[in-house]
Design a protein around this ligand. Structure first.
Ligand code: PMP
Length: 398
């Protein structure tokens, strides 16, 4: 049966980590990952999470199945975090949230839902975008097209190009939008630009699909949700949000995400949710409990929530400090042209380094980055900033 099965290449970013692990140099640095590391180079376990985990272990509750659409305390808290607890959409019963296997599972389930319900299966993603967007939507039969997004000259958003491309899409096209901390570029829209994008989406009858994998990683929980909040306030009555707690709770391996669908009426919302439950039932039947129980435990307690917000704030501030420090050290090493890194948001920066420069960083300095020049700022530390800045300055001069 498998004699003719072809070997396909592995994920290039995961391959990078394998090469990094095999590198014997003590000064090696892995900037290819998509994970936040603390100053000691570890993935943090947040205090608020640890406290809930200890309580859950002590309680040792029976391990029954969760409902198909997940832990109710988790999905309710997620809706409130996305839209704000006072959102009229929530009160109107127009928002249905399903617990998913990470943000990736939310994208996949959302893609399957839209594949069945929208007039034609085309999705426009930013150029560039997180590579898995193309894979996930392609896997369920979408035609995946690009819209202009990043401007290599300014290292920011080519906003005029983006609007022009959105305007040229067929009505009914799904448009995938990164709410904040754009992966891979770090280039985000301002709130004023979001308003303009929303106007074009409404005018052209495009279907918004917001991916929010980094809420709280740039400006704050509410501020980073501006795209969702502005969309909710606009005349657009139907849209989808895929969200993830992988980064904001540092719970990568627990696979905690959610698919949230806004419908025009409460009745339609119930029908949509029934369809989603059918999709989940045929995929994995019901989600797993532990990660969701951790998140719900934190968000359901005023004290733990405040502690989580403070810890999230510390991660965010540390990323800002690393960006500022990197820019400062690069300037000191004669490379002031990297000042844009400070204007970019979230874990990633499209550094502008070429593939050849990225290879030199790896070969000469043991610094690993993605071939596109994407670096993970959140994987730097104050201890290795100087080394990385010196190396980047050296390869960018050569
Ligand atoms: N969307 C984007 C833009 C991401 O960067 C990621 C994670 N790297 C995801 C979705 C998926 O998140 P998760 O790991 O929770 O599946």
């Amino acid at each position: 049966f498998f004699a003719n099965v072809e070997l396909v290449p592995g994920d290039p970013i995961l391959g990078l980590t394998e090469a990094y692990n095999a590198d014997a140099r003590a000064t090696k640095v892995n900037l290819g990952v998509g994970i936040y590391y603390d100053e000691a180079g570890r993935i943090p376990v947040l205090d608020a999470v640890r406290e809930v985990e200890q309580r859950l272990a002590a309680e040792a509750k029976p391990r029954g199945y969760l409902p198909i659409d997940g832990l109710p305390d988790y999905t309710r808290a997620t809706r409130e975090l996305l839209f704000g607890a006072e959102s009229p959409l929530l009160a109107a019963g127009r928002v249905a949230t399903t617990q998913t296997i990470g943000g990736s599972g939310a994208l996949r389930t959302g893609a399957e839902l839209l594949r069945k319900t929208l007039p034609h299966a085309t999705i426009a993603i930013s150029n560039p975008s997180w590579e898995n967007h193309r894979a996930v939507f392609g896997a369920v039969g979408f035609d995946v097209v690009d819209y202009t997004y990043f401007d290599p000259a300014t290292h920011g958003v080519d906003f005029a190009g983006m609007l022009a491309d959105l305007r040229s899409l067929e009505p009914g096209t799904v448009v995938l939008l990164h709410a904040c901390c754009h992966n891979p570029t770090g280039a985000d829209l301002t709130d004023a630009q979001w308003r303009q994008v929303i106007e074009v989406l409404a005018e052209r009858d495009l279907f918004p699909f917001i991916d929010m994998a980094y809420q709280g990683f740039d400006r704050g929980i509410d501020e980073d949700a501006a795209a969702v909040r502005l969309m909710a306030e606009s005349g657009i009555s139907e849209f989808v949000v895929a969200s993830s707690y992988s980064k904001s709770f540092s719970l990568y391996g627990e696979r905690v995400g959610a698919l949230t669908v806004v419908s025009a009426t409460a009745e339609q919302s119930r029908a949509v949710q029934s369809q989603i439950k059918r999709l989940v039932r045929a995929n994995h039947s019901s989600p797993s409990n532990h990660g969701a129980a951790l998140v719900a435990g934190v968000l359901g307690s005023a004290e733990l929530r405040a502690r989580w917000e403070a810890e999230l704030g510390q991660m965010r501030e540390r990323i800002h400090a690393l960006r500022a420090g990197l820019v400062e050290q690069l300037a000191e090493h004669g490379a002031p042209e990297f000042a844009f890194i400070q204007d970019q948001a979230g874990m990633f920066s499209y550094s502008g380094l070429s593939r050849a420069q990225v290879e030199r960083l790896r070969d000469e300095f043991g610094i690993y980055a993605v071939g596109t020049g994407r670096i993970c700022v959140a994987a730097l530390s104050l201890g290795n900033l100087g080394y990385v800045a010196k190396a980047v300055a050296a390869v960018s001069r050569g």
